[in-house]
Design a protein around this ligand. Structure first.
Ligand code: BV8
Length: 240
């Protein structure tokens, strides 16, 4: 049961007036769908640090362990539904002339909710790619961790951006362009720790009025224009 309707200030008026809106989301918006956040449970998966597993070094060290983790996450993605917050962002997109959704999430929930202009900054788990050639294949069902070699001699890996890896150049450029021209930016469900994604919401990059929606303080709280201490589903459906 919701105790109070979060104080939105003039956010509704700003959203109605904005021609150009950019939204940055993180795993907190998918917590509403039942998925664990990236650093939830102390940033651990079983006994391993997620930053370790989500890295080329972690994959080189133990590809079967890393694929076991991604198999579990892919199955979890398929077993949940977009949250009211994901659906609300898709509805808001229809009303805004120039709307961009940059997500750090790899769960495809924004696309499943109907969002159209989605920039997947860190990739997604719908496909796997070869470490050596440019072969790709769908990642719909769990990968057989005993059959990870590709015929070219490379190895199948999830098609996502690991720590220490560059983000896809064209996706990142589009995200920076969107942040630069935005009049209003919403930052939803991210701890603001990971760069360059988090930098999109900083005054170095955007001149937008930046509103954060998060039940907790984050690395961005000190520099946003408005920080609404609430869950995404307590705020976004009302805005939509
Ligand atoms: C790059 C895909 C370099 C994987 C991810 C040392 C060595 C190497 C690199 C670095 C280093 N130090 C710094 C770096 C840079 C590094 C970085 O930023 N590290 C951090 C940890 C300090 N960045 C990189 O490595 C990036 N690449 O810099 O390249 C380079 C440069 C030039 C040339 C070559 C190379 C690549 C970063 C991408 C990493 N991949 N994901 C996977 O998913 O398995 S990042 C990962 O973190 C996820 O994508 C996740 O989305 C993202 C951010 O985390 P959050 O989404 O914010 O999740 P978190 O749990 O932290 O927070 C959840 C929030 O939700 C909380 O605030 C919570 O309060 C809130 N919440 C909870 N419930 C709700 C809610 N909010 C609203 N409603 C709710 N109901």
């Amino acid at each position: 049961m919701r105790d109070t309707v979060p104080e939105l200030g003039d956010l509704r008026e700003r959203l109605d007036a904005a021609r150009s809106v950019t939204v940055l989301t993180g795993s907190g918006i998918s917590a509403e769908s039942g998925l664990p956040t990236f650093r939830g449970v102390g940033g651990l998966w079983r006994t391993h640090r997620v930053e370790e597993l989500a890295s080329p070094q972690g994959f080189a060290r133990d590809p079967r362990l890393v694929w076991t983790w991604y198999n579990e996450r892919r199955n979890a993605h398929k077993s949940v539904e977009p949250s009211p917050a994901h659906v609300a962002l898709a509805a808001i997109e229809k009303r805004v002339p120039d709307f961009t959704l940059a997500t750090q999430n790899v769960d495809s929930l924004h696309l499943r909710a109907g969002s159209r202009n989605v920039l997947e900054l860190h990739g997604n788990l719908r496909e796997a790619k070869c470490t050596r050639c440019d072969a790709r294949r769908p990642f719909d069902d769990a990968f057989d961790i005993e059959a990870l070699e590709h015929e070219c001699g490379g190895m199948w890996r999830p098609d996502i951006v690991w720590f220490g890896e560059s983000l896809p150049a064209e996706v990142l450029a589009a995200a920076f362009d969107a942040a630069r021209r935005a009049e209003l930016m919403l930052v939803v469900g991210t701890s603001g720790i990971v760069h360059p994604a988090a930098s999109l919401a900083t005054k170095r990059v955007t001149r937008a009025y930046v509103v954060e929606i998060n039940p907790e303080e984050t690395a961005l709280t000190a520099q946003v224009d408005q920080s609404i201490r609430a869950r995404a589903s307590d705020v976004l459906p009302g805005l939509a």
